[in-house]
Design a protein around this ligand. Structure first.
Ligand SMILES: Cc1ncc(C[n+]2csc(CCOP(=O)(O)OP(=O)(O)O)c2C)c(N)n1
Ligand SMILES: [Mg+2]
Length: 809
């Protein structure tokens, strides 16, 4: 169908398209746009009257989204932001009732499919997974990755979603491939606000897409503002497509295609998206559509008003160039409908939206009212026999008077009432009611941070490495990693690895030596120096059924990607209530080596930033390889930190590459002892082992435990069992004081209740607060040494037996 006016008439005369067909389609588009607008208008009122807490809407951006949706096909993916409600309505993934359910925060996923109330409205998703966590057929549905609020953070993942099409075009032996792609013909559609293009990850993504030549179609919704800040403070020349023009491809170069279109010009928008999607889908060339002259009729969000920062002239212009108004004028001008007919449509839609809103409200509030009634009836019944009857009834009556109660108000009433009946028999019934109610609702708000499927990390059973009878510790660690990757690439065609120097030279430590030659550039590749988008590639590829391993060259450089890991990957399973998964493996190497930026071990920062991602800290390369083997059997994301100083250390060569599995969440006792439990992980563990040997010579018998897995942490509480035996605990790591060691103490002392077995103060030994200094001496004075460990343990033992172990200093 051609929507350009002159072509339209030509087509009409050629009878390839009847005017009636054309008219029906345009009218349908208009109806979606008006429905969306009415939702925005009514949505804002719901916030102002207190029924909803916050609203951010897509008004002013309706018409371009209708145009974009026309070329969005099954199998395609969107990665966008909070203005895209019209698009979601146009592809049939958001109803009026869903829209309002999101605004109210309905925790029922059936009513609020975007996040079951976890995200504020305007953050969209489609469901990629069945109830049991298995994949749906994504190539038969329209897909949207799950939105997040940080501006431009949708961009890194967009790159990966697009790259997946390229991978599927080049590789044809992946199991269930057709559930994810039909010959790689899918586009990844991005949307971003004009001001958000100021973020670094926007430029990083555009550059990477130009290099990778992937089908990524990015639309910039340009309304000249980012909240109150005008384009002149955001964008050089106030024009993002102009400054990106150096990326424009030409006959002899790679690059991207850049198109510009006015956001209120319905017919030109359709022509533009038709052209853009054709280039992108067929040629796999990234396309950027700069949609200018958009408006924001109600301002940025339900907080604040744009009259405070837009001039009267701008406000008037926005009224005139409101995209729906312009579409209406165009329809009247070409006789698609009269002003009266359109006014009639508007009135009908207004009513429909009102009814949809009412339905959503009733569906949301009625179950809560029923819970309120249940509690007040219970309180009235049990209060009669209570000493504090009056006070309890007062609480109950106050709750009763709340017309639209919150769950919080119900629970507060119940918990306050409980305190008033501590010594009464009636207490039991209320206490049970509270526990049941809390459990149900806590689950609503807290489940699915990690996979709850039968393929989660706990499903992996340990498979020990096997060795030949005469095996000696004579193989470099890096060879074990390499040969294991070799086995994995052969076993899993859906596995691919990429990162800085990972391809041609086979990573900086040669753990991938020869792999590119053997498995090709699609599966083993070099990436630019751009950690955030390396992770974004991984997230997007994993969302489309591949098993990417994204390599971050050194743990210290994970910081460039920590925002995406924390905001996007770590929250993905939680914020989609288990409706999307990205089982990405992040491979990196860390702990001590040389100097400030090659010796960091900021594990406390990492584990606190990325709850939702498993964090594995193997002590050697066999353990690391075993983790990769385990992870590829399950459906969760994980960070694996290999020991930077372990690639040249000798290990025994296993026979069952690709098969042996390190269990996840299970600690390993590597030396049994009776006097104190030493808990550590990673590179530090070797020092702990040595210190334990030296301590044994003085008669102190340490039990040494390798944590192996910081998240999940010691699921069998084996550390507490050890402390029960030794009655003493020292946690050693090379993070800052109060870093990961504080996390470990909290787990062992508080969660595992090990405090009750202690005869001495539980202690930690960590690195200095500053970054590790360069060289062997820098290391010695920055990180815990064998002597530090020895003396710390000695002092703990000396406290209880000073006669045998007199003070050293
Ligand atoms: C990293 C980050 N910084 C700040 C914000 C707060 N914020 C939300 S939207 C927004 C402006 C975005 O403007 P633009 O990209 O032009 O999109 P528009 O809302 O105009 O469509 C800001 C600053 C945020 N969400 N994320
Ligand atoms: Mg803007």
């Amino acid at each position: 169908m051609n929507y350009n006016l002159s072509n339209m008439i030509k087509e009409k005369n050629n009878t390839t398209l009847t005017f009636e067909d054309f008219k029906t389609e345009v009218l349908n588009d208009y109806k979606i746009a008006v429905t969306s607008r009415e939702c925005s208008l009514l949505g804002r009122r719901e916030v102002l009257t207190g029924k909803a807490k916050f609203g951010i809407f897509g008004d002013g951006k309706e018409v371009p989204q209708i145009a974009m949706a026309k070329f969005f096909k099954n199998g395609d993916f969107r990665s966008g932001y909070y203005r895209d409600q019209t698009f979601m309505m146009a592809i049939g993934e958001l109803t009026i009732a869903n829209f309002f359910a999101g605004l109210y925060g309905n925790t029922d996923i059936e009513q609020e499919p975007m996040s079951a109330g976890r995200q504020m409205g305007g953050h969209f998703v489609t469901h990629s997974l069945n109830e049991d966590g298995s994949w749906k057929n994504l190539s038969k549905q329209k897909n949207s990755s799950s939105d997040i609020s940080p501006t431009a953070a949708q961009m890194p993942r967009l790159l990966g979603l697009a790259q997946a099409s390229k991978v599927y075009r080049e590789i044809n032996n992946i199991p269930n491939q057709r559930n994810f792609s039909i010959s790689g013909n899918e586009i990844a559609w991005g949307t971003i606000g004009n001001a958000s293009t100021s973020e670094g990850v926007f430029f990083e993504t555009i550059n990477a897409a130009g290099v990778l030549q992937v089908p990524m179609l990015t639309s910039i919704w340009d309304d000249e503002y980012g909240i109150s800040v005008h384009a002149k403070y955001q964008t050089t020349k106030e024009n993002i497509s102009e400054i990106l023009s150096g990326f424009q491809r030409d006959k002899n170069t790679n690059g991207i295609e850049i198109l510009t279109v006015k956001g209120w010009d319905y017919s030109d928008l359709i022509t533009t998206y038709e052209k853009a999607s054709k280039i992108c889908r067929e040629e796999h060339v990234p396309v950027l559509v700069h949609v200018t002259q958009l408006t924001q009729p109600q301002g940025h969000s339900s907080s604040g008003s744009h009259e405070r920062y837009k001039s009267a002239e701008r406000l008037n212009w926005e009224k005139e160039f409101d995209c729906i108004r312009q579409m209406r004028l165009w329809m009247i001008a070409i006789n698609i409908a009269s002003a009266e007919e359109l006014a009639e449509i508007d009135a009908v839609i207004k009513q429909e939206v009102l009814e949809g809103k009412k339905l959503a409200w009733n569906t949301f509030i009625n179950p809560i009212i029923a819970e309120k009634n249940e509690l007040t009836s219970l309180l009235e019944k049990i209060a009669i026999s209570c000493k504090n009857k009056e006070q309890i009834l007062r609480l109950s009556n106050s709750l009763k008077a709340i017309k639209d109660p919150l769950k919080k108000e119900i629970l507060v009433t119940a918990r306050k009432s409980l305190r008033l009946m501590v010594n009464e028999i009636a207490r039991t019934e209320l206490s049970q009611w509270i526990q049941k109610y809390t459990k149900k609702n806590q689950t609503c708000f807290s489940n699915h941070l990690y996979s709850e499927s039968t393929n989660n990390v706990f499903s992996v059973k340990e498979v020990v490495p096997t060795y030949s009878v005469d095996a000696k510790k004579d193989t470099d660690g890096r060879m074990i990693i390499r040969d294991n990757f070799d086995a994995l690439f052969a076993k899993h065609p859906e596995v691919l690895i990429f990162g800085e120097d990972s391809g041609n030279i086979g990573d900086v430590n040669q753990g991938l030596e020869g792999m590119q030659e053997k498995y090709g550039e699609t599966r083993v590749s070099d990436a630019g120096i751009r950690e955030a988008t390396i992770i974004g590639q991984g997230i997007g590829l994993a969302l489309r059924g591949l098993r990417p391993i994204a390599e971050i060259q050194y743990l210290d450089y994970l910081l460039y990607a920590i925002q995406i890991l924390s905001d996007d990957l770590a929250s993905l399973h939680y914020r989609t209530v288990g409706k999307q998964k990205a089982p990405l493996i992040i491979r990196t190497r860390g702990h001590r080596l040389e100097g400030i930026w090659h010796s960091g071990s900021p594990m406390g920062m990492i584990i606190n930033a990325i709850r939702g991602i498993n964090v594995l800290v193997p002590r050697d390369m066999t353990k690391a390889a075993g983790f990769y083997n385990s992870l590829l059997e399950c459906d969760e994301p994980a960070l694996v930190v290999e020991c930077l100083n372990g690639y040249r250390l000798k290990e025994k060569m296993p026979l069952n590459y690709g098969e042996f599995k390190t269990p996840i969440g299970i600690v390993e006792t590597i030396k049994e002892g009776t006097d104190i439990t030493l808990v550590s992980y990673g590179s530090t563990l070797r020092l702990v082992e040595q210190a334990a040997k030296e301590l044994l010579e003085t008669g102190i018998n340490c039990e040494v435990i390798d944590i192996q897995s910081l998240i999940p942490f010691d699921i069998n509480h084996d550390i507490a069992k050890s402390v029960q035996k030794t009655n003493r605990l020292l946690v050693i790591d090379e993070d800052v004081p109060g870093g990961a060691s504080a996390y470990i103490l909290q787990k062992v002392i508080e969660e595992q209740n090990a405090y009750q077995f202690l005869d001495s103060k539980p202690q930690t030994l960590s690195a200095q607060e500053h970054r590790p200094a360069y060289g062997t001496d820098g290391d010695y004075f920055s990180k815990p040494s064998i002597e530090d460990i020895f003396e710390k343990v000695y002092n703990i033992i000396s406290e209880s037996n000073p006669t045998k172990y007199p003070k050293l200093y």
